[in-house]
Design a protein around this ligand. Structure first.
Ligand code: TXA
Ligand code: MG
Length: 329
């Protein structure tokens, strides 16, 4: 029984037995789907970041997510589904929620919606709330995996709790090798930032991400405000210190002695986007934070600096993640 695949079968919570996390490619997608159905933990690519998936209706499988990530157990998870049609099984939509769903799904958006009483999701997914976050990802491998698995898939980002979110399969293995059954390798994520989360009635923005608040406002024909629920510091992406590199991080800085992560023109060690393009910066953010961390360690610098990023469009989400990466821990 040399591989993770065989050792987890029939016992979702036995992630301790996994010695080697299997790396699967697109042609092995049916293996990934079967592992999920069997209660295994499978990391998979989405267009935002890699998710750590488990069958959301299987309490043991969901508990294994929290164990693998060392995640505080009061944080609810996003349920990933292949289509809006599938979502109706689990939640009810307001008119505005349906408008956003039709405008941005599949895509980098999650909606927090009222849970149907008969939804059959594990309480660990919702953390006991009467709402649940739903996402229909656009990444072709994610969609195919969700179709083939045929179960709702709870998936936080596939990193140890508090660490930088993964945008490649190698990042996933860095943090979780030996703690999960498999990672489905789909290359680098296109968006590079987690999904935007909208919810409530009227709808507000709960977490900035891949869909800008301006785009949501345009779809709804009114200004969407920054909302409440996730601003309470009890949600993982919302803890003050999160996405934390090992080195200290200083924001809104110019290039000095310490390694510098640039944006736009000017001297830097790495540059999120030399042409000051926010989409390109979002795509590069997490992988460059990892590289800056390594550079700071190599130079014994203790910290690195980051150039100012404009707070419009995707820049709102980028600044949100950078602020958490720089927060005192
Ligand atoms: O792009 C993404 O959203 C990635 C990929 C894998 O889909 N997932 C992700 O999940 O970022 P995670 O677990 O790292 O962040 C989910 C956020 C948390 O801040 C959680 O508290 C919030 O969603 N959340 C989940 N259900 C909620 C609910 N019912 N009400 C309020 N917030 C909720
Ligand atoms: Mg996360």
């Amino acid at each position: 029984m040399p591989r993770g695949r065989a050792s987890i079968k029939g016992d979702a919570a036995s992630e301790r037995e996994i010695r080697v996390t299997e790396t699967l490619n697109a042609s092995q997608l049916h293996d990934a789907a079967r592992l999920l159905r069997d209660g295994g933990l499978v990391a998979f690519p989405t267009e935002t970041v890699y998710g750590l998936g488990a069958d959301a209706s299987n309490a043991k499988a969901v508990a294994a997510i929290y164990a693998a990530k060392n995640r505080p157990s009061f944080n609810p998870l996003i349920v990933h589904l292949p289509s809006i049609g599938a979502a109706h099984t689990y939640v009810t939509f307001t008119d505005e929620a349906l408008t956003l769903a039709q405008a941005f799904w599949p895509g980098p958006m999650s909606l927090v919606l009222p849970l149907r009483p008969d939804a059959g999701l594990s309480d660990l997914v919702t953390a006991g709330l009467t709402t649940v976050a739903i996402r229909i990802p656009a990444h072709p491998l994610a969609r195919e995996l969700l179709e083939q698995a045929g179960v709702p898939v709870a998936a936080p980002s596939a990193n140890p709790s508090g660490k930088i979110s993964p945008t490649t399969a190698a990042h996933v293995l860095d943090g979780l090798d030996g703690r999960i059954a498999a990672v489905l390798d789909g290359g680098a994520c296109g968006v590079g930032l987690e999904s935007s989360i909208f919810g409530g009635d009227p709808i507000t923005l709960l977490r900035p991400g891949g869909i800008s608040v301006e785009a949501a406002s345009a779809a709804l024909g009114r200004e969407v405000k920054q909302g409440g629920a996730l601003s309470k510091p009890n949600a993982p992406g919302q803890l003050a210190s999160h996405y934390a590199p090992d080195a200290g991080v200083r924001l809104n800085a110019a290039k000095g002695a310490a390694p510098h992560l640039g944006f736009g023109a000017g001297p830097s060690d790495l540059n999120l986007s030399p042409s000051a393009n926010l989409t390109e910066a979002a795509t590069n953010l997490f992988s460059m934070l990892r590289k800056m961390d390594a550079l700071a360690a190599k130079q014994n610098a203790g910290h690195f600096t980051v150039a100012p990023i404009p707070a419009t469009g995707l820049g709102l989400a980028i600044n949100d993640r950078l602020t958490r990466a720089a927060a005192p821990r």
